[in-house]
Write a protein that binds this ligand. Structure first.
Ligand SMILES: Nc1nc2c(ncn2[C@@H]2O[C@H](COP(=O)(O)OP(=O)(O)O)[C@@H](O)[C@H]2O)c(=O)[nH]1
Ligand SMILES: [Mg+2]
Length: 280
């Protein structure tokens, strides 16, 4: 039945969808997009999780209290505590268009979790792409500082080692590893940054588009170093904003000796591949 009366909505559409009407709609959409300008900028916060069930609900609540416009993508590695189940439950009950989930088969590491998240962000049209840990070490209160600074930078790094930044509740050993790690990579790579290993940051999509994400070498802690180095070598503007980093209150750290050793070796590998990294 052609344009049948059985479906009044279809009939209505057919009647009003004249050529002039469609043209006018197009013009309005165009003007709207122009007027919205920067407000239509889309921000995604990527949160990798492994056994973060206790943190995830209060974390979502805090993030959306600080900024209700951002979206969140959780990349969960099949957490034994079923973090992904709670994420999906919250998504369906409260955050349908704001929270998204990628669930991977097993613990594949932080670096590949972020790469999966970056690819998803690029293919879904996000302009600003943030990284954040799930354990409240990265206080959501800073989100708006990142979003303010990214307007005049290509990568904004939350820094514990600039004036106004700091670390709370970490033992001497962990502090030494972190601070030493930054100094070590800064010296070997010639990076003019104070906090090179931190994972609270915000990228402009152009940075991620310019890096061949399939060529990232690191998966553990050196992932952050590698991303900073690649961004720097490509001549992008990097800015550090102070953050106070507090050790997790619940759940367990996934830092291990193996991850630490990988980072030490990786800095040299990165330095030796400088030419290659500049290109891709
Ligand atoms: N998807 C995924 N997330 C991970 C993995 N390892 C750690 N994470 C998450 O990455 C963030 C940082 O890890 P965390 O254990 O807090 O490291 P620490 O703060 O350096 O001790 C947290 O949100 C973890 O749940 C992993 O292999 N896969
Ligand atoms: Mg942590």
């Amino acid at each position: 039945m052609l344009g049948g009366s059985a479906n009044p909505a279809a009939t209505r559409t057919r009647v009003y969808a004249s050529k002039e009407f469609v043209e006018q709609q197009r013009r309005w959409a165009f003007i709207n997009a122009q007027v919205r300008g920067v407000d239509s900028v889309k921000t995604l916060i990527i949160i990798p999780t492994y056994n973060e069930r206790q943190n995830i609900e209060p974390l979502f609540e805090t993030i959306f209290t600080v900024n209700n416009d951002v979206h969140i993508l959780v990349v969960d590695d099949n957490s034994p505590d079923k973090t992904y189940e709670l994420v999906e439950e919250l998504r369906q009950s409260r955050y349908l268009d704001k929270v998204f989930l990628i669930k991977r088969a097993g613990k594949l590491g932080l670096g590949t979790a972020y790469v999966a998240g970056f690819k998803w962000a690029l293919s879904h049209g996000y302009d600003y792409i943030m990284e954040m840990d799930a354990d409240f070490s990265h206080d959501p209160v800073y989100i708006n500082d990142f979003l303010r600074e990214i307007k005049n930078a290509d990568l904004v790094i939350g820094s514990r080692y600039v004036s106004g930044g700091g670390v709370v509740n970490w033992g001497v050993g962990r502090k030494l590893i972190s601070r030493g790690g930054s100094l070590y990579s800064r010296t070997i790579l010639g990076l003019p940054l104070h906090d090179i290993t931190g994972g609270y940051k915000c990228f402009r999509r152009e940075v991620l588009e310019s890096i061949n994400l399939d060529h990232i070498k690191s998966n553990g802690y050196s992932f952050q170093v590698e991303m900073n180095y690649r961004t720097y070598l490509k001549g992008f503007r990097i800015k550090e904003v102070p953050i106070i980093f507090e050790d997790r209150r619940v759940g367990q750290s996934k830092m291990s000796r193996k991850i630490f050793l990988e980072a030490i070796m990786m800095v040299w590998r990165l330095r030796l591949s400088k030419g290659e990294l500049q290109k891709g």
